[in-house]
Write a protein that binds this ligand. Structure first.
Ligand code: TYD
Length: 213
């Protein structure tokens, strides 16, 4: 595997509590980059692979697994994602937009009792992102968006008390590639904030300076 500074592509991850609109912002950035012919791809965690599918079953009944087994499932899913998609795509020079990555494991599995730094250390096999956009909004704003936007009841990961804990851990994690985004505004105003962080990344990379006018 190429070390982080030698790889040709870019890894931009979208992180935050549920209902902060990160997936909407990911799609907007994808469309903007695609329309300018950048070699952009999107992906997500949990993935659609065998571990990711098992994790989706877990949403409905979180008690099926022990806490350690739950953490191991997320790590196994990520390992497969890194080996099968992320590392090869970075080496081929792709710009990857990834919906959730290891900061989610630190925050969500941290909320059930794991030490977030220990969780991050167990992710050392995974390449660091070039940029992690960490979306935050009051938890009740997120829950309202989940219920009204998706027309669904919150799943086991999305209960308010759990999300408060998750948000508190996200707020404490400090890494040089993290940029925090206040996601309580309109879709357009949040997108402006996203672009303020994405633009400098392009001017410091082998990609041409981003011009999305
Ligand atoms: P989410 O992005 O909401 O997926 P979907 O849109 O398919 O429902 O992620 C699903 C849940 O998984 C979310 O509540 C956070 C949780 N999660 C973890 O607990 N740990 C992790 O490592 C990841 C990637 C997600």
């Amino acid at each position: 595997m190429l070390s982080d500074h030698l790889r040709k592509g870019l890894l931009i991850v979208f992180e935050g509590t549920d209902g902060t609109g990160k997936s909407t912002q990911l799609k907007l950035l994808y469309s903007a980059l695609k329309s300018k012919n950048y070699p952009v791809i999107t992906t997500r965690e949990p993935t659609d692979g065998k571990y990711g599918r098992e994790i989706r079953r877990l949403y409905k009944n979180r008690k099926r697994y022990s806490d350690e087994e739950e953490l191991e499932l997320f790590l196994a899913d990520r390992k497969e994602h890194v080996d099968a998609l992320l590392t090869p795509a970075l080496n081929r020079g792709k710009i990857i937009l990834c919906d959730r990555y290891f900061l989610s494991t630190a925050a969500y599995q941290g909320a059930i009792g794991f030490n977030p730094e220990t969780v991050l250390a167990r992710n050392s096999f995974a390449p660091n992102p070039d940029l992690a956009l960490l979306f935050h909004a009051p938890v009740d704003v997120g829950l309202t968006r989940i219920i009204s936007g998706r027309g669904e009841a919150p799943n086991d990961f999305e209960k308010a008390e759990n999300l408060q804990k998750v948000a508190a851990i996200f707020a404490t994690i400090d890494r040089p590639y993290i940029r925090r985004i206040d996601a309580s505004g309109s879709i357009d105003s949040v997108y402006q904030l996203v672009m303020e962080h994405v633009m400098p990344l392009f001017s410091n990379s082998s990609f041409s300076t981003l011009d999305l006018k």
